[in-house]
Design a protein around this ligand. Structure first.
Ligand code: HEC
Length: 152
């Protein structure tokens, strides 16, 4: 077989059939068959790709977006900051877990984040007031009625 591989061999065979059929006066039907074969067999794979899935939640905006960006920069090294993901540092609760802890509100969370004395030792850094508001604004978006804690 030539270097063209099986597809090339198949085309060659089809062409030979076409030639003999042409000689036998069956031109139009075989040309149609060849065209149909090419349409299905030569379709670029990319055309078959499914459309991208719609985003699960609406795009973030304002303080929530700012809080998400801060979380990515400051917290994502340890915490899972998106719903349905696992914390890189297994000791760190995911933001979804934090957001769904009983009784938590945006206010109590931002207060907690501001008060560096409350931090566990591993999180011993200061969060300025404004950052505490936007972080809380983002984290609280992960609160959901049908949240179930992951098995860990
Ligand atoms: C160096 C790793 C690390 C980084 C960075 C970090 N955390 Fe933490 N965080 C932890 C760990 C570990 C705990 C759990 C401590 C414990 O259970 O005593 C925790 C706990 C928390 C808690 C308390 C959860 C609870 O229910 O008690 C909050 C809220 C929190 N982190 C928010 C943040 C935010 C917001 C940032 C970014 C500004 C951040 N953390 C950055 C490691 C980190």
């Amino acid at each position: 077989m030539t270097s063209g591989g099986p597809l090339r061999a198949l085309f060659a065979a089809l062409l030979r059939i076409a030639e003999s059929c042409y000689a036998a006066g069956m031109r139009s039907s075989i040309v149609l068959a060849l065209a149909a074969f090419c349409l299905t067999a030569c379709q670029p794979a990319t055309l078959a790709e499914p459309a991208p899935a719609a985003p699960a939640r609406a795009p973030l905006a304002g303080p929530v977006q700012a809080g998400f960006e801060l979380s990515e920069a400051l917290c994502s090294g340890c915490h899972a900051i998106k719903a349905g993901t696992i914390s890189p540092n297994p000791m760190s609760p995911t933001f979804a877990m934090i957001a769904n802890s009983a009784g938590l509100t945006r206010e109590t969370l931002s207060e907690y984040l501001r008060d560096s004395h409350n931090y566990p030792e591993t999180m011993n850094f200061e969060v300025v007031e404004e950052d505490s508001y936007v972080l809380a604004a983002y984290i609280i978006t992960l609160r959901s009625d049908d949240y179930t804690p992951p098995i860990q």
